[in-house]
Design a protein around this ligand. Structure first.
Ligand SMILES: NC(=O)C1=CN([C@@H]2O[C@H](COP(=O)(O)OP(=O)(O)OC[C@H]3O[C@@H](n4cnc5c(N)ncnc54)[C@H](O)[C@@H]3O)[C@@H](O)[C@H]2O)C=CC1
Ligand SMILES: O=C(CO)COP(=O)(O)O
Length: 701
């Protein structure tokens, strides 16, 4: 707080003898403020500085004061607007009024009390309040009365160490700010000698302290300061409007875009009222609450935790609650809860759960009670900070980072529900593996998110079998990105010691890999169902990789070759062909085909996956539509053969004879002109009669 008694308008002058109690109510001590009594203080609320503060408010702002006393009520802005929050979150430098960092009042008043001259200083203060003393004279006269020696100051600091009078949460706030590279300054209308110990305790460099300097008489013989003889008037804080002036100097010396002032007095509020000052004033009422300040502040807080929490830039949400969604949200929850210095994330993560009954109860209720999703990811604790919500809009609406991880067939409906319902600046990432085929062409899930929601969407793809990640076994993934900053944020959100994430500037290539490997995994399952060994499976994997790359590059020429050697390419292909659900169900389906009891994919999916979803069968049909439309079938013999096998047009053994398999024409299947209709949507059981296979005329690709 800076005293400012000069040029008082006559109508707001205060009678010098008027007691604090008789003043109208411009200050209120916040009930939560912790005030430790200290030596020399009978009353934990310092009487002198208490009165100074009140009178200062009156002296500085008659209009505000009148408003306070007449209206008696005021409404502080305790909820920041979007504008205020966005300034706060991108702040480069924060200037604190030193009074807001300590629970006791102005250190100079404490010092007067310590020196036993409390009443005289108070008397002088009252005279100043009459308007007969300027700010400079008031400070000077008070110093004359206090008349301390350097040793007195040392004794005073020893008696009132900064650690004993810190405002609650101030150290955490300053640590959080500095951890994210924000410069922190202290600006005081008091004296440097008293402010520096506070700065040192808070880890604020001396160069970042603006306060008045005491002038000392120096002993010629000892070379030591001996007697206080006044103070240096050249500091900005020695004059009216010293705080905006100090901020202007800070800005001149540093290339800060955004500077915020935090204070509790009218002189702090001035920081934003003068050109060249701060961009935002945040009022602090945790120690002393001044209605005139609270009424004017764009944001008024009563504790620093509010500011620490709101600094956390990102609230994450998970859209999906299947096996991979749960494994992924578990990692996210571990990260958001972790005590990282920058503390980028809000701890709580909302997870949208497609509501269903689980053993007579709502699945969301069970998850919130047990922190486990017993249907889709049994046996794994998701984290206390994961909140299951049945409303997709509620889950996504306040999120800055939205993670999509639902089976691809549901993604169109999900996007439609979220249109216009997500934060404009939010970023998304898709963990979904699959694509949509529309009459005008294919659409990747990330493209769908971008188109429907109007936000950036990266992808996370890799060899990521959910249960292994739940067991915290080493896995890798790539984030395919267009927007590097968002990709870095997502990397922080997902990366764990057992989950290595690298950034890849080929989002389309990564997503195509994740999508197409599910078709190849069906082929691997068929190989297993046929009882063939590793050599045959390796053949399918190799040919599958070749076709994945050719198909991706044929659709999207910018896709990079190297992408196929990443975790999203060969890594995911191997993992899924050995341990995935597509492989599992295709193996069972093949065995059933070869037995007397053929089964459908739907049937086996329901039985073996218990609600989890296969992606490969749908994807195979979707990709086949594209191959047919573009007359590319012969160029993709494995994809085509697998599609014919799973739709019952070829026996499973053709999986290893895919060149021949793709040359057979499927009878009764639509003409090429009608080719947007898939071969057959519902996979059949074993066909009644073996299909008649005739070679197709090779078509130009
Ligand atoms: N499970 C895994 O190991 C991995 C899966 N993925 C991919 O992640 C995506 C999501 O798979 P999972 O999380 O494993 O899910 P899942 O297959 O385990 O579970 C199915 C999910 O779909 C939901 N659901 C059912 N009907 C729905 C409807 N009408 N609308 C919306 N949702 C509905 C269920 O509630 C459940 O959450 C898929 O694209 C998959 O390929 C990727 C890597 C690993
Ligand atoms: O994508 C996966 C692993 O990365 C999981 O594949 P499945 O759906 O075949 O289990």
């Amino acid at each position: 707080m800076q005293l400012c008694f000069k040029s008082l308008p006559s109508k707001c002058q205060v009678h010098p003898r008027r007691s604090v109690a008789s003043l109208s109510v411009p200050t209120r001590r916040h009930p939560k403020a912790s005030c430790r009594p200290s030596r020399g203080l009978a009353n934990p609320v310092h009487p002198i500085s208490g009165s100074l503060r009140e009178k200062n408010v009156i002296a500085r702002s008659t209009a505000d004061n009148r408003k306070d006393t007449e209206a008696k009520t005021y409404t502080p802005n305790t909820v920041p607007s979007d504008r205020v929050l966005s300034i706060w979150r991108r702040v480069d430098a924060v200037c604190f009024d030193v009074d807001c960092t300590i629970t006791m009042n102005d250190s100079l008043d404490l010092l007067a009390d310590f020196m036993g001259v409390k009443e005289q200083v108070e008397e002088l203060t009252n005279q100043a309040m009459d308007g007969s003393l300027s700010l400079e004279r008031a400070l000077e006269e008070r110093l004359n009365i206090i008349n301390c020696s350097p040793q007195d100051i040392k004794n005073f600091i020893a008696a009132h160490p900064p650690s004993s009078r810190m405002a609650p949460g101030i150290k955490e706030l300053i640590t959080a700010l500095q951890a994210r590279g924000v410069a922190v300054y202290l600006i005081s209308g008091g004296f440097r000698e008293l402010t520096l110990p506070v700065a040192s305790y808070l880890g604020i460099p001396k160069a970042n302290v603006f306060a008045n300097r005491m002038n000392w008489q120096w002993d010629d013989e000892t070379g030591e300061p001996t007697k206080l003889v006044g103070f240096d008037m050249s500091e900005p804080t020695a004059h009216n409007q010293g705080k905006p002036e100090a901020i202007a100097r800070i800005r001149q010396r540093n290339p800060y875009n955004t500077v915020v002032m935090i204070g509790d007095g009218i002189t702090d509020l001035e920081a934003v009222q003068i050109t060249g000052g701060a961009d935002l004033f945040i009022g602090y009422g945790g120690v002393v609450e001044r209605p005139a300040v609270a009424a004017e502040a764009e944001w008024y807080v009563y504790d620093y935790k509010t500011l620490v929490d709101s600094l956390r830039r990102f609230r994450a949400a998970m859209i999906g609650s299947g096996a991979w969604a749960c494994a992924a949200v578990r990692m996210m929850a571990q990260n958001t809860l972790a005590d990282d210095p920058a503390d980028d994330f809000v701890d709580e993560i909302k997870m949208w759960v497609y509501e269903e009954d689980y053993e007579g109860r709502k699945l969301t209720e069970v998850i919130n009670e047990t922190h486990v999703n017993p249907k889709y990811f049994p046996g794994f604790d998701l984290g206390v900070n994961v909140k299951a919500v049945p409303s997709i809009v509620e889950a996504a609406a306040d999120a800055d980072l939205i993670v999509f991880c639902a089976p691809h067939q549901f993604m169109h409906n999900i996007c439609k529900q979220l249109m216009g319902k997500v934060k404009p600046g939010a970023s998304a990432i898709s963990l979904t593996k699959g694509m949509r085929v529309r009459p005008e062409g294919p659409q990747l899930i990330s493209q769908m998110v971008r188109r429907y929601l109007g936000i950036d969407c990266a992808v996370l793809m890799g060899a990521n079998i959910a249960t292994d990640i739940g067991r915290e076994q080493l896995s890798e993934a790539v984030i395919g990105y267009d927007n590097f900053d968002a990709a870095e944020d997502f990397k922080k959100l997902f990366e764990r010691p057992y989950f290595r994430v690298s950034l890849l500037p080929d989002p389309v290539g990564a997503e195509m890999c994740g999508t197409l490997k599910n078709i190849v995994a069906l082929g691997a399952g068929i190989v297993d169902g046929l009882g063939l060994g590793p050599n045959s499976k390796a053949t399918i994997i190799r040919q599958g990789l070749v076709e994945m790359r050719s198909f991706s590059k044929a659709l999207y020429p910018s896709v990079r070759d190297d992408t196929f050697l990443e975790s999203c390419g060969v890594g995911d292909l191997v993992a899924t062909c050995y341990g995935g659900r597509n492989r599992l169900v295709a193996e069972a389906w093949t065995k059933a085909q070869l037995s007397d009891n053929p089964r459908t994919f739907e049937d086996l999916e329901a039985e073996l996956l218990k609600g989890q979803k296969l992606q490969g069968v749908l994807t195979s049909n979707e990709v086949q539509e594209i191959l047919k439309t573009r007359r590319w079938e012969n160029n993709f013999p494995l994809f085509t053969t697998i599609n014919r096998i799973i739709n019952g047009y070829l026996p499973p053994k053709y999986v290893v004879d895919y060149v021949a398999g793709c040359k057979f024409e499927v009878p009764g299947v639509e003409s090429e002109e009608d080719s947007l209709v898939p071969l057959r949507r519902t996979p059949s059981a074993r066909p009644a009669a073996p299909p008649t296979l005739t070679p197709v005329t090779p078509s130009p690709a």
